[in-house]
Ligand binder design. Structure first.
Ligand SMILES: [Zn+2]
Length: 259
């Protein structure tokens, strides 16, 4: 599932492929990924427009143009690709945007849980993103501590609550808490300042490495590299990892290393 680092990677694809390019044509092969806009209107509003520099907030990607903006949310399986028009179109390529240099931006998405919205102007973009907290990558320590102060519920639920801070999903939250040696079910209000500082520091390190890799890397030294093993063990202490569920998602942690 695309989290902040994946979407940052898609931002790079978008920037290299489309920034400064004019839209020659838009082909919607499956309108199931359009949110609040018809295929006909998307095409009409975008043709002839020139794309600006894309930017990301949390897991959302915004592509401005000299007309409306596109706001992308990749759901569970979405991705952006830059292709030449002669490259074979795959079954899950839902929207093809042909650019004035002949290249094609393709939105591929198997499950179609989210997709693309059209925002008339900057104010419309802001309204679409209004329910999101600050971007996790931009969050300095003092602001992080202020966000967590007085927060109810467990630390993992807090980290993945997009209205509190935007960008972290299931894999990142587990990885960060394993690095910080904090159990995912610990109530936020029971955490000391030192523990919250460790969580913030781990978040910064995990995000930097993941953004460089374009995803949460499944290296053997990372929890993410072990969690899907048949009998997963902690990369730090070698003991079996524990697993449970948080808000419907699988949570993995080490009983020995995390307290
Ligand atoms: Zn351990």
């Amino acid at each position: 599932m695309p989290e902040l680092p994946d979407v940052e990677g898609f931002r790079g694809v978008m920037e290299r492929c489309a920034a400064g390019r004019r839209v020659d044509d838009v082909e919607v092969r499956d309108a199931g990924v359009l949110r609040g806009v018809s295929a006909r209107r998307l095409r009409r509003e975008l043709r002839g427009r020139r794309f600006g520099t894309p930017w990301r907030h949390g897991k959302q990607l915004v592509t401005p143009s000299d007309g409306p903006a596109l706001v992308w949310h990749f759901g569970m399986t979405g991705e952006l690709l830059c292709r030449t028009p002669d490259a074979a179109v795959e079954a899950h390529d839902r929207v093809l945007i042909t650019l004035d240099d002949g290249r094609q931006l393709r939105y591929r998405d198997q499950r179609k849980l989210q997709g693309v919205r059209l925002a008339a102007d900057e104010a419309a973009v802001e309204r679409m993103l209004a329910d999101l907290g600050p971007d996790a990558q931009e969050l300095d320590r003092s602001r992080f501590l202020r966000l967590m102060a007085g927060r109810r519920g467990g630390i993992k639920s807090a980290l993945t609550d997009q209205s509190l801070l935007a960008g972290l999903g299931n894999l990142l939250a587990d990885e960060i808490l394993w690095r910080a040696r904090v159990r995912p079910d610990r109530p936020v209000r029971d955490l000391g300042d030192d523990e919250l500082r460790r969580v913030h520091a781990a978040m910064g390190r995990v995000l930097r490495s993941s953004v460089r890799a374009g995803r949460v890397p499944d290296r053997r030294g990372w929890l993410t590299g072990r969690r899907d093993d048949a009998a997963p063990v902690c990369p730090r202490c070698g003991r079996p990892l524990a697993s449970g569920r948080t808000a419907g998602r699988r949570t993995v942690w080490c009983e020995h290393c995390q307290s």
